[in-house]
Design a protein around this ligand. Structure first.
Ligand SMILES: Cc1ncc(COP(=O)(O)O)c(C=O)c1O
Length: 424
């Protein structure tokens, strides 16, 4: 059956039929597939101008230096930011670490996160609590309702240095009301760092208008090459960060005692950079520029509607908001009595369907609920309705095959605790 996704699929070599057919890739929240223009841009770097940027003066090096700045301008146009306010990094994790380490937090400074943060937006604050004595507080999110702005406002009555929260969740796809969240934080005198790694692939951002202080995102979750990401800092904010990594290409000069850091963003981009990745990521945002995000959103809703059929299968329990329109591109569930990794392997082997399983790097949330993981299907522009139907049918089949398990021992909790807990 034809799908809105068909217009894009031909551009993605990983989706070519292989063996029995094309794999149903439902793990885009982890890493998106790469279209041909991105591969061509990367090959162009290695095949035509494989120089090191910013150093040598020969023609290849000059070409690379220019290509990186042209890419930064493209990112600026795409994300609604002055290119000088964008740092090219490896990923969201690195961007959050740069802010965490660079802000100059002191003992007693309060950082607020939600109870549903990816480890990349949790561990750094735990480390700083241990090493510097910052105060890390966790705001509980209502499990079946939208974000509670009043509770958030009340929470910020306590002096807070930084609110660091996800924009969209990798666990259940919900999106937080970023603009209100930023406004309320600013009224309370706090700065805001948004983890935009799951939001940026699905919506057109205007970072300047959003008014956020810092925004972290991963370009490999939006058709870019793996290991590419960005940190945005509002005017004047990057200048206040200490670099996370220092060395070559971050300084104007050194003598044996001292050095002068380059202006931002160069002072944060230490050592030889991922030039192929950066030019590939430029091609990725150019490609995304052709996508109508309203159409993409409608497509996600269509796919969520099909995935929601899974919920009528006995033993399947949804994680996340009941309204399928509020789940973005992510469908997370538990099949009671069956280990999430076993579900994923069954879908892979029997239904050519690739999903994520485990704790989605949000161990804190699962552990607090005594859960040992869930299955997550995540969609993007190339995902078809047929792929989601195949996924749904696979889950239904496995539920039938494992019915006896649930009957034999009715679960007293969502998933029986097992000895075999895989920490992923
Ligand atoms: C919400 C969220 N934050 C942070 C990250 C970390 O992203 P990266 O591995 O690209 O640094 C992820 C990755 O899945 C994520 O989903």
């Amino acid at each position: 059956m034809s799908s809105w996704a068909d217009q894009w699929r031909k551009d993605f070599p990983a989706l070519r039929p292989r063996g029995k057919g094309a794999a149903g890739y439902l793990d885009s929240a982890c890493l998106t597939l790469v279209p041909r223009p991105v591969l061509d841009a990367m090959e162009g770097y290695y095949a035509d101008t494989p120089g090191c940027g910013g150093r040598s003066v020969h023609r290849w090096s000059t070409a690379v230096t220019e290509a990186v700045e042209v890419a930064r301008e493209e990112f600026g146009r795409y994300f609604g930011a002055d290119p000088a306010h964008l740092v090219t990094l490896r990923n969201t994790t690195e961007a959050i670490n740069l802010v965490g380490r660079g802000l100059g937090l002191r003992k007693g400074d309060r950082v607020l996160v939600t109870d549903q943060e990816h480890n990349s937006n949790l561990v750094i604050w735990q480390v700083l609590a241990r090493t510097l004595g910052i105060r890390l507080d966790v705001l509980p999110l209502p499990e079946d309702r939208a974000f509670d702005l009043d509770a958030y406002r009340r929470n910020l009555a306590r002096p807070t240095r930084l609110v660091s929260v996800f924009h969209s969740s990798n666990l259940d796809g919900r999106t937080l009301p970023a603009r209100e969240l930023v406004e309320i934080a600013h009224e309370a005198g706090a700065e805001v760092l948004l983890d935009g790694s799951q939001y940026a692939p699905h919506e057109r951002l205007d970072l300047t208008q959003l008014g956020v202080d810092y925004y972290a995102l991963s370009l490999h979750k939006m058709l870019g090459p793996s290991g590419t990401g960005l940190l945005y800092g509002a005017p004047g904010k990057l200048e206040r960060l200490a670099p996370l990594v220092v060395g070559g290409e971050t300084v104007a000069w050194t003598d044996y005692r001292d050095h002068e850091p380059l202006p931002v963003p160069a002072r944060f981009e230490a050592g030889l950079q991922n030039y192929a990745g950066i030019v590939g990521a430029r091609a990725a945002v150019q490609y995304l520029g052709k996508v109508d995000m309203d159409e993409l959103r409608d497509h996600m809703v269509r796919l969520q509607r099909i995935a929601a059929d899974t919920l009528s299968t006995e033993g399947v329990r949804l994680l996340g908001l009941p309204d399928h329109r509020a789940r973005g591109s992510i469908f997370s569930f538990i099949l009671e009595g069956v280990d999430a990794h076993d579900v994923a392997l069954f879908l892979d082997e029997g239904y050519d369907t690739l999903v994520r399983s485990g704790m989605n790097c949000v161990h804190s949330w699962y552990r607090a609920r005594g859960l040992d993981g869930s299955v997550r299907a995540s969609f993007y522009l190339y995902t078809t309705e047929d792929e989601v139907r195949r996924f749904r049918d696979g889950v239904a089949e496995l539920a039938r095959l494992t019915q006896g398990r649930r009957k034999a021992s009715p679960p007293t909790r969502a998933v029986p605790q097992r000895k075999r807990v895989r920490a992923r």
